[in-house]
Design a protein around this ligand. Sequence first.
Ligand SMILES: Nc1ncnc2c1ncn2[C@@H]1O[C@H](COP(=O)(O)OP(=O)(O)OP(=O)(O)O)[C@@H](O)[C@H]1O
Length: 228
Amino acid sequence: MIEMHDVYKTYDNGVVALNGISVKINKGEFVYVVGPSGAGKTTLIKLMYRQERATKGQIVVNNMNVTSISDQKVPLLRRQLGVVYQDFKLLPKLTVYENIAFALEVTEAEPKVIRQRVIDVLKKVGLTKKAKHLPQELSGGEQQRVAIARAIVNKPAVIIADEPTGNLDPETSWGIMDLLEQINRDGTTIVMATHNKDIVNTMRRRVIAVDHGKIVRDEYGGDYGYEN
Ligand SMILES: Nc1ncnc2c1ncn2[C@@H]1O[C@H](COP(=O)(O)OP(=O)(O)OP(=O)(O)O)[C@@H](O)[C@H]1O
C-alpha cells in the first residue's frame, strides 16, 4: 500500500528532516507515527501525498510512484489518499455539505453521485443535521468530523492524518478516534502522526517511532514509548 525505500529529505535551508527511511505499510493497517517535536513526522507524511518532494529515495503509494510522477499526476495521487489536518482546513465560506461535495466536484463526478455520497458520509460521521451550517458554527470536534467526511468521500485507499486530535479536548479526541477506527475496520489504511500518548497506549496498533529523521522503532501493538 505504502512503501518507502531509503528516503531522504533535506529542506532548502539545509535542515535534514529525514535521514534514510525505509518502511512498508500494508493494506488495512492502522499505523501511529510518534516521536519528539522536530523528529520528522510531518515531513514523512507530507512526502506520502507529495506536499513535499523527497531529496532521494523511492516512495510508492497504492501502486503510484510518488517520487517520479509529474506535477500533473499529483491530483490523481491525491484521490487515492484522504488527508486530515490538525487545524481541519475547511473552506470557511462553504457549508458543511459544500465542503464535502467540493472534494468530489474536482473529480467531475456526476451531481447525483455527489449528492448521494455526501449524504452517506454525513450520516457516517453523525452530522446530517449540520449539513447547511458553516464551519464557524461548529465545535472543533464537529469540524474535524467534517474534515474526515471530506477525506473519505472519494473512498480513498489510505487516510493520512497529521495530529488530528491536536486541537481537541480528550473526550472529543476519543470520538474522533472511534470514527477513525470504524473507517479502518471498513478496510481503509490509516497513517496518523500524533503526540497523544493516551491514544497510542490505549489503541495498541503498529507504532513507528521517528527520531532525528530515522525510524528508531517499529512495533505492532506498540506503545508511545517516551515522555512528551
Ligand atoms: N518547510 C520547511 N523548511 C525548512 N525546514 C523545515 C520545514 N518543515 C520542517 N522543517 C524542519 O524539519 C525538521 C522536521 O520537521 P517536522 O515538521 O517533520 O517534524 P515533526 O516531527 O512533525 O515535529 P512536530 O511534532 O513538532 O510537528 C525540523 O527540524 C523542522 O524545523
